[in-house]
Design a protein around this ligand. Sequence first.
Ligand code: FES
Ligand code: FE2
Length: 405
Amino acid sequence: MIAGALKRALARPSGNWYVVGASDDLRDDRPLARTVQGREVVVWRGADGRPVGGPGVCPHLGAPLRDSPVRCGALVCHWHGLALHGTPYAGWAPLPVHDDGVLLWVRLDEVGGEAPLDTPVVPRRPERSRALTAVYVGTGVCEVEDIVANRLDPWHGAWFHPYAFLDLRVAGSPEGLEVGPPGRSGGESPCASGGGSPCASGVGPPGGSEGDGSGLSAHGTNSPADGPGNSANGTNSPADGPGNSANGTNAPADGPGSSTDGTNSPADGPGGSEGCPGGSAYGTDDAFTVDVSFKVAGRLVVPVRAVFTAPEPRTVVMRIVEGEGEGSVVETHATPLGPDELGRPRTAVIEAVIAASDRPGFVFARRAAPLLRPLARRAAGRLWRDDLAYAERRWQLRSTGRFPG
Ligand code: FES
Ligand SMILES: [Fe+2]
């Protein structure tokens, strides 16, 4: 199932756009540099404050422009002082740059080889003015698909990150109900918990958190017999209320803009597109819906329903569709960096958390953003320590012909 979702994700158009960093990291006095599939790229703020970019190699004698300062909107090579203004000069040609307010993208047609798009496929997000954002950047020895595959495997969450998640249950998948590895209910001892315990059954619908005794889960105990709006099988019956689909797909009868997966179908209302070119809705039918509780502190947990989609080949979006922080998204972008000194592929994970909440206290949280961002980055970093190990392991096995399945 993961392989199928991955294959479809990798086949979607990206328009040759690559995420290179966080918008907030772009300073006035120096460029942001990234190597994308072996090509050095620099982005800096031009005289009008808008980002400009191009190859990171000076057209004079090849100095690394990543180390050059920006003065009055010009990137001034630190070897001999050549000033680049973001316009073509002596063989140096600018690259299209897009600042979506959270992330910076660069279009590299030579690298992507696809038909170029004017703008990248930017997922729909909470309004920036009412959101708290944080961007984490990490690097792994693996390829883009290994990062994407990790994010398209919701089952590993509570098993591999027990410090962060519990009561995880996959409520909907692209191919219907899950039939896969067991879920984990989050009890300290797997033998003490319910349907998700290998000791209890090992067979049957995974993710079963019923009977875990914690009393902490608000999800995970729905049966197909649940009433409208509580569909547990990832699809809504005709009796379900509009806009309550749990599989992240809206029926034609759904109200405008009510898609829960973050992608709107053509029938959805205006302004809700995932940012797909031409208004199409990649990933609408291709969503994993997960009921999970985030561990906050001690036994304090926050149950949510989240939907995972891959709107383009290097992006996976997790959107909270029910529960605390509804509408918040976590975007994981994978950018291929090129080979390391041993010839192994390296890939950057650039993950943006765009959190929103209607709670009055969230206003104060937003004001405390400078303090909270490092905490958010640290939390993402802890998860990605594990997830990069997962992705790197996957690449090791793939590259030696030992990958199972
Ligand atoms: S190498 Fe850049 S100005 Fe000479
Ligand atoms: Fe993970």
